[in-house]
Design a protein around this ligand. Structure first.
Ligand code: ADP
Ligand code: MG
Length: 676
């Protein structure tokens, strides 16, 4: 007798080759196999000819009206008979199934599945069906190496043994509350539904189970964080207050609020896993600086990871300035991929000895030879640029430090309860005082001269400008060409000013020098590709001129616009474009209408639609087999609530009704044993 925990190769007919094919589909155990659901059903539902369109695949049920006649031509043959459906008589033709004739008699009721030809009132039959069993034909996702039919056959084989033996993952009370099928019924009805309504209930039950199990995992991760990992950071409160007083500005109320949330979290002897969300320019860096300083006052180290070299350089620089300014002698170092071997070795030695307080870098920080003396906090800037894997890699790097992930991208609800479901969230919902709303205009390329004239006016009064050149999908070299051409044009246009050119092909040192020159106003106009997209902070820059703006996504445009309006001067964004699609126009309109990142993110979701969000891996929404977390968001939220409620109950994992779930989680989660 086969059970659900067996490996699939216990089934007859599963040799090494099939096993391979099954593994590729993610099927390892019998449980995986019976949980491999059809993605749709061929609807064999009955209809009548007058309601059937030409070319439809349908099932007609009727009385055989003329005796079947088999005609042969060469090696082929056809079987024909008349079928009376209510009052309409149609002709049914089967090709190459002569044996059917023996089983069909005039006056007999039969159901035939096939393709309807309306003009000829004829049905090309595919099969005679037994309506009660075959009403819906399940269609399985298959691969080159294994057909849907084989998969179906294996499922039937396995189900014959396993059916009726399964406990439910979703506890009884929830199943009653939300009218869900128990697991046996659910799986049976997913594979062999008697009708569409049953298939629907089964799918709802399966989606809920999928969401609920997923949310249970997140809750268990969260529990593990709270109860076991992490150490309390015994920071020096007075020193932190002094640092705050020494800042060149007064913190906003929102910054103060999130800093105290973070500090409280750090003090607790639990692992911090916190997402800091705040629109571009809301001042997240200084919040991170205070959290990192706190760790240093407790004798530990901090790391800050940024998605680009430029941003990492900028962070290293501005952190150093902040600490110097406060008269604090912290050692902040930058680890880049361009470092010479000997220099790198020295740096890593100092890091391991604890001589470096804060290490800033790109994902180069995740390399295995980067060992800290005592890492107390890892900050991840522009977290949405990193994958979940990198987040995990940081955690696995030795001691499991506290994590502070930062993002300007507002998190739609779907993401917040799926991709970030295990994190606590702090939000900066306010910009520093004195910021003037950035004015955004759009114009066609024929007005480019006006735009350039405007840039000149701003620079004449002492401000600086960015000019961002078009984004050529997949072609960095064309990006560079465009930027170079613009750079040369601007040098001719502005002989009295310094123009800089920044793109991804420059060396790190070149980038560093350029950014430093721009920051110090030795360069007034910076022509750049999107390498400046995130994080760059130059307060004196007041114009962001974006060429072919319709080539950029809404989130990118918002990030680019966020490079200006960082000081007290009025700032401007000029979008130059002749959009060719409605979608392009809509994005530009949205940019002109609002500077609110949250509204833009919402608008972005609407414009792209959920299909695309799910289609693009980078959206960060985890993939589900049955449920769609965007369409079924309410169900996902309910599942989350139920998971939270369940794990908050004492001894929930000892209760009889939850044993199947506990077994399942301990079987499928690698680290489950750490939770109990
Ligand atoms: P982001 O949240 O986009 O990372 P930054 O941390 O780069 O924003 O901050 C944007 C700019 O605002 C920086 O120049 C920073 O020094 C400045 N800033 C941060 N907090 C304040 C504040 N409370 N008052 C005035 N300026 C601030
Ligand atoms: Mg930033």
């Amino acid at each position: 007798m086969i059970t659900h925990v067996d490996n699939v190769d216990v089934l007859p007919g599963v040799g090494p080759k099939r096993l391979d094919a099954l593994h590729e589909l993610g099927i390892f155990t019998i449980e995986d196999l019976i949980g491999y659901f059809p993605f749709r059903y061929e609807d064999l539902g009955e209809r009548i000819p007058s309601e059937t369109l030409d070319g439809d695949k349908v099932t007609f049920k009727g009385i055989v009206s003329t005796p079947p006649v088999v005609t042969r031509f060469g090696k082929k043959n056809q079987t024909r008979f008349g079928l009376l459906i209510e009052h309409e008589n149609i002709r049914v033709t089967f090709f190459n199934q002569p044996w059917l004739a023996q089983n069909i008699d005039v006056g007999q009721e039969v159901a035939v599945y096939g393709t309807y030809n309306a003009a000829k009132a004829a049905l090309t039959g595919m099969k005679i069906i037994n309506a009660s069993v075959d009403a819906l034909d399940p269609i399985y996702p298959s691969s080159k190496k294994i057909t849907a039919k084989t998969i179906r056959h294996l499922i039937e084989l396995a189900w014959a043994d396993v059916r009726g033996t399964l406990g439910s993952l979703v506890p009884q009370n929830m199943r009653t509350k939300y009218r869900l099928l128990d697991r046996n019924m659910m799986i049976e009805s997913m594979h062999f539904p008697s009708d569409m309504a049953t298939a629907k209930v089964a799918r709802r039950s399966a989606a809920f189970e999928e969401f609920f199990v997923f949310q249970m995992r997140l809750q268990l991760l969260k529990l593990a964080d709270q109860n076991f990992a992490g150490e309390g950071i015994n920071y020096d409160e007075r020193a932190i207050r002094n640092f705050e007083t020494s800042l060149p500005f007064k913190l906003t109320a929102a910054q103060t609020k999130v800093i105290s949330e973070i500090l409280q979290d750090q003090k607790r002897p639990r692992h911090m896993n916190r997402l800091l969300q705040g629109d571009v320019g809301s001042g997240k860096t200084v919040v991170a600086a205070m959290a990192m300083y706190a760790v240093v006052t407790a004798g530990m180290q901090a790391a800050m990871m940024a998605p680009t070299e430029i941003l990492a350089q900028q962070h290293a620089l501005s952190l150093t300035q902040l600490f110097d300014n406060a008269g604090l002698s912290l050692r902040v170092e930058l680890l880049t991929s361009g470092l010479k071997v000997a220099a790198r070795r020295h740096l890593l030695e100092d890091l391991e000895n604890g001589d470096i307080d804060i290490l800033v870098g790109t994902h180069a920080l995740l390399q295995p030879d980067v060992a800290f003396h005592h890492l107390g906090l890892a900050v991840i800037d522009e977290q949405h640029r990193f994958g979940v894997n990198q987040r995990a890699a940081l955690r696995e790097n030795g001691v499991n430090p506290d994590i502070l992930a930062m993002t300007a991208t507002p998190i739609p609800r779907t993401l917040s309860i799926t991709a970030y479901g295990e994190m606590d969230v702090s939000i900066i919902d306010q910009l520093p005082n004195g910021r003037k709303a950035i004015k955004t205009t759009r114009m066609g390329h024929n007005q480019l001269d006006n735009a350039i004239a405007f840039v000149k006016k701003q620079i004449d009064v002492g401000a600086q400008a960015y000019i961002v050149t078009p984004l050529i999908e997949e072609s960095e070299s064309l990006d560079v060409q465009n930027a170079t051409a613009m750079y040369e044009a601007m040098q001719l246009e502005f002989p009295q000013y310094q123009v800089g050119l920044l793109h991804g092909r420059l060396s790190n040192d070149e980038k560093k020098t350029l950014m430093a020159d721009f920051k110090a106003n030795r360069i007034q106009i910076l022509v750049a590709t999107t390498v400046i997209e995130v994080g760059v902070d130059v307060q004196n820059a007041t114009v962001m001129l974006i060429l072919d703006a319709d080539r950029f996504g809404l989130a990118q445009l918002h990030q680019l616009r966020g490079r200006v309006g960082r000081g007290s001067r009025q700032s401007y964004t000029i979008l130059v474009a002749d959009p060719k699609t409605d979608y392009g126009t809509a994005r530009l309109d949205a940019m002109v209408e609002t500077t609110d990142g949250f509204i833009l993110a919402q608008r972005d979701l609407e414009l792209r639609g959920s299909g695309d969000i799910l289609g693009t891996k980078q959206s960060g929404v985890p993939e589900f087999v049955v449920g769609d977390p965007i369409k079924d968001l309410t169900m996902m939220e309910i599942a989350q609530q139920e998971a939270i409620t369940l794990v908050s109950q004492k001894n929930w994992d000892k209760q009889v009704d939850n044993q199947t779930l506990v077994d399942y989680l301990s079987r499928t989660m690698a680290n489950y044993r750490h939770f109990d």
